[in-house]
Design a protein around this ligand. Structure first.
Ligand SMILES: [Zn+2]
Length: 332
């Protein structure tokens, strides 16, 4: 973390007004010896005040946030805000351009690349820029994820359990303000390479979302994303709360724990789900059958829920291999 970033931009984060540019990530390749990868960035500032980073495209196949933040980047004006909003609609730009979870340039997952490396591969350089340049000059970050191509989620927001009770309370209040139909706390989150861990190291509040998924955008997911972002920005003091967004809708507050909350395929084949999103399940209940289509005379393999809970995430593609996540649960 001591090395200085190699990523350059014309954006002056302390200047008032609206600035649009690219983070220029040096990338010397066959077709472009002195080239750079463009990562679009919009910075809006209107005097001192709360400083918020809005990110999407951390995973390139999660499109709800990319659309919501692109619309916001296009429409938001400095006079509508107090403080500063930085918008990165395609944080891992090569992955987002390819519509893939991981970057096709280096194969890496941005959300497993923090704190990153100033002199590393492109994804590591992006992670390093976010953690060493952007997060330290923000008070809060909202990282808009969804299930991507391989998962469907209930529309939800999540935070991780912070060791700092004050920061946890503030993150919890932002999550409540976002008012997604579901929200949960990842208890005992040990992943140190994710954006929310980077935010924790920088001492700032982080909110994540899991807004549907399946590698597409639905009107409902987008409505929840856009409304939630406006409400969260209002809660953080950046914008006024619009009367149309003022009504608080029903929201279920839940928890997600460790391994027993997840169901994995133990064999290869085609997956037949026996439950759907929002179903309440019991411990020992059969979650899915894995059909051995190559040897159809064999019995299917059963995947079971290890505990009771509500299904909040389900796998999309039919074909599975041992180790693929089929479902995960949350509890009230
Ligand atoms: Zn994601």
């Amino acid at each position: 973390m001591t090395a200085a970033t190699r990523i350059a931009t014309e954006v002056d984060f302390e200047r008032d007004g609206r600035q649009t540019d690219f983070l220029r990530l040096p990338h010397s390749v066959d077709r472009s010896a002195y080239g750079w990868i463009p990562i679009p960035i919009v910075c809006l500032r209107n005097g001192p005040g709360p400083r918020v980073l809005l990110m999407a495209g951390n995973h390139g196949d999660e499109f709800e946030g990319q659309v919501a933040l692109t619309k916001l980047a296009h429409s938001l004006r400095p006079e509508q805000i107090v403080g500063r909003v930085i918008i990165l609609p395609m944080a891992n730009a090569p992955a987002a351009r390819a519509g893939r979870r991981n970057s096709p340039v280096d194969g890496l997952n941005l959300n497993r690349s923090f704190p990153g490396d100033a002199n590393g591969s492109p994804t590591a350089m992006i992670a390093h820029y976010i953690e060493s340049v952007l997060l330290p000059q923000c008070d809060a970050v909202i990282d808009v994820h969804s299930g991507g191509q391989s998962l469907h989620y209930v529309p939800s927001t999540h935070i991780r359990r912070s060791p700092d009770p004050d920061r946890f309370a503030r993150a919890s209040a932002v999550m409540e303000a976002f008012n997604a139909p579901y929200s949960w706390v990842f208890e005992g989150a040990r992943e140190t390479r994710a954006l929310n861990a980077a935010a924790e190291r920088c001492g700032i509040v982080a909110l994540g979302t899991e807004l549907c998924g399946g590698g597409t955008v639905t009107p409902r997911a987008l409505r929840i994303a856009e409304r939630g972002l406006r409400r969260a920005l209002a809660h953080l003091g950046v914008m006024r709360l619009d009367a149309a967004d003022a009504e608080t809708l029903p929201s279920r507050r839940m928890q997600v724990g460790g391994f027993p909350f997840y169901v994995y395929a133990q064999d290869e084949g085609v997956f037949e789900p026996l439950v759907g999103l929002e179903d309440e399940v019991k411990a020992g209940q059969t979650a899915a059958l894995i059909h051995p289509v190559e040897t159809p005379w064999r019995a299917p393999q059963e995947a079971e829920f290890a505990r009771a809970g509500t299904v909040v995430c389900a796998r999309v593609p039919g074909r599975v291999e041992r180790g693929d996540c089929l479902f995960h649960l949350a509890v009230d």
